[in-house]
Design a protein around this ligand. Structure first.
Ligand code: ATP
Ligand code: MG
Length: 326
């Protein structure tokens, strides 16, 4: 565990420590890794930890957010293109795979890769070979792939959106980061650590949490997970009028907006960005609602003013299990 503290990975719960044990084991291997987890659970932090603990630590760490790129550009970004591959391709351009040679390529939101890019990635995983767009010769690179996803990739395989052979290949080393609400005791440990960090950087007398704060934190569902907790502590630290930091509720719309911000604000296509923001909102809302109603659908329906059957549809859409909240 000592090693992992270097990467700011904090937690003492059984669920968290089990995930960290896997991180250390995966770092010792050179196979592809797939990191699953809700937004804000630390997927990126963990990916960096795996790279910097691995034998590739002195090689490059290159990251790309597949979800933030237009679908058709992902393949080009990854594998590059030859001169003249398209009208304005006056020069050949190497892709990220070439840049990551000797190191790790981090494919964030891997579920956003389109069918063509998936084929190319599979080939690359199998043979270490790829062909830049428009190039006649194949090239080689020695790159470890680490992907992240907060989608249900198995469901995407069933619906034909994700290749099963690619998933098999990536899933050999799969790491599930538990949501914060399933990490017993970690909310308190993390909150204290974030507060301590803020105190250290502040010239003012140290602040402490108001006793009601921890009660609230334990009862809350944390749909935005560690990121939401970190942001909330930072905000209330600044807003606190005396040495007591008191958090007893969450400003919902803003909290959700913050959790979804990373995705929604990043890029271009309005429709895609909006769909993602809406999906993020739905997921966060439903998770918080179920956490509050302890998985009781009738209660959840009353609290939200939504039909039970509509709620059921949303649960299925996002692959959320009601019994996880009992
Ligand atoms: N175990 C942890 N200890 C301390 N800080 C953490 C931990 N996990 C996550 N964080 C912090 O929470 C924030 C979100 O983490 P990260 O970006 O890795 O999440 P993510 O799973 O990649 O989220 P998203 O799916 O939204 O991209 C970061 O500021 C990170 O430093
Ligand atoms: Mg991330």
């Amino acid at each position: 565990m000592g090693d992992l503290a270097r990467f700011n990975l904090i937690g003492t719960s059984h669920a968290f420590l089990a995930a960290m044990a896997a991180v250390e084991k995966f770092a010792a291997s050179d196979l592809a890794v797939l990191v699953y987890g809700e937004t804000g659970t630390g997927k990126e932090l963990v990916t960096r930890a795996i790279h910097y603990l691995s034998a590739r630590r002195d090689g490059p760490f290159i990251s790309v957010n597949c979800g933030a790129l237009p679908e058709t550009l992902v393949e080009c970004e990854l594998f590059g293109h030859a001169r003249g591959a398209f009208t304005d391709a006056r020069e050949a351009r190497p892709g990220l795979v070439a840049q990551a040679n000797g190191g790790t390529l981090f494919l964030d939101e891997i579920e956003a890769m389109n069918a063509r890019a998936q084929v190319s990635l599979l080939r690359f995983l199998e043979d270490k070979e790829y062909r830049p767009i428009g190039a006649s010769a194949v090239q080689c690179a020695d790159v470890r792939i680490i992907g992240t996803s907060n989608a249900d990739l198995k469901a995407m395989v069933r619906s034909g959106q994700f290749r099963s052979d690619l998933l098999f290949r990536l899933n050999v080393l799969a790491l599930h980061l538990p949501p914060l609400r399933e990490r017993d005791g970690d909310v308190g440990v993390l909150a204290e650590t974030f507060l301590e960090r803020l105190n250290r950087r502040s010239a003012e007398p140290p602040k402490v949490f108001h006793p009601d704060t921890l009660d609230f934190m334990h009862g809350y569902g944390w749909p935005g997970n560690v990121r939401e907790l970190e942001n909330l502590v930072a905000r209330e630290f600044i807003l606190a009028s005396d040495s007591m930091v008191k958090i007893t509720n969450v400003d919902w719309p803003r909290a959700v907006a913050r959790a979804a911000q990373g995705d929604a604000m990043t890029f271009g296509n309005f429709k895609a960005a909006k769909a993602r923001a809406v999906a993020d909102f739905e997921r966060s809302y439903i998770q918080a609602l179920l956490a509050k109603s302890r998985g009781n659908l009738s209660l959840a329906s009353r609290m939200s003013g939504k039909d039970r059957s509509d709620l059921g549809k949303l649960l299925r859409k996002h692959g959320i299990e009601r019994r996880d909240f009992n």
